[in-house]
Write a protein that binds this ligand. Structure first.
Ligand code: IPE
Ligand code: MG
Length: 228
């Protein structure tokens, strides 16, 4: 979800104004995904690296997170959306952790869309955590090093309950991954739009999905193989 700062700047406003106006996009995309029958939607809301931003912006974002989760619970329930979160959640302020775990608990029986918030998250952090947990199991004799494979590794990631993404949408025209789901996006289709995140609406999601539907996913094989 990129481009909030630039959106605010284009309107001569403070960065936090852009973050506040990003909530509409979050609501639109979650609702549209639920309506379309998308099963998993992961929103990269706050990265490990974002902690390095000016203190006022970080604090503003955390406050916004608390009020948004609190305010959106009704919409989540209405749309049968189950909330989950990935990241170093212990690093979030206590109020955020509390609001988040309450929302997760309250929506846990919804079985429509699973909305995953990536908070204090980065792909490298997650991979490092997985390596640590695998190393512990090898050390304790629970696991043989020779048993480590792609599948086992995935089971040690915070996304263990979710499938790998089929489509990755990046807003604001940036041509980079910025430490998002590094392991999981090995074969994900990437869609980049110049739209700034606060301007992103249901129609923009439909456009991204239409583009995705015209891709040929070969997973390293050749066209003739995947057609049969
Ligand atoms: C994304 O928008 C929101 C967060 C990282 C929380 P940015 O704040 O990165 O917006 P730009 O890149 O400055 O436009
Ligand atoms: Mg940015």
């Amino acid at each position: 979800m990129d481009g909030n700062g630039r959106w605010a700047k284009s309107k001569g406003a403070e960065r936090i104004f852009g973050h506040r106006n990003a909530i509409t996009a979050v609501r639109e995309v979650s609702e549209a995904s639920a309506e379309l029958g998308v099963k998993y939607l992961t929103l990269y809301a706050f990265s490990t690296e974002n902690w390095g931003r000016p203190k006022t912006e970080v604090m503003g974002l955390m406050k916004l997170l608390v009020s948004t989760i609190r305010g959106e619970i009704k919409t989540l329930q209405k749309n049968n959306i189950r909330l989950r979160a990935i990241g170093a959640l212990d690093n979030l302020p206590g109020s955020c952790q509390k609001e988040l775990s309450e929302a997760i608990e309250q929506t846990k029986n919804n079985d429509g869309l699973t909305l995953v918030l990536a908070l204090s998250y980065s792909g490298r952090w997650e991979i490092t955590e997985a390596v640590k947990s695998i190393a512990e199991q090898v050390k304790s004799g629970e696991l043989e090093a020779s048993e480590i494979d792609d599948k086992l590794f995935s089971k040690h990631l915070s996304t263990r309950d979710f499938p790998d993404p089929e489509l990755l949408i990046r807003t604001s025209g940036e041509m980079r991954i910025s430490n998002f789901l590094l392991w999981q996006i090995a074969y994900t289709e990437i869609y980049i739009t110049d739209k700034l995140w606060p301007d992103f609406r249901k129609e923009d999601l439909y456009e991204a999905i239409l583009a995705y539907q015209n891709r040929e996913r070969r997973f390293g094989r050749i066209s003739e193989q995947v057609k049969t």
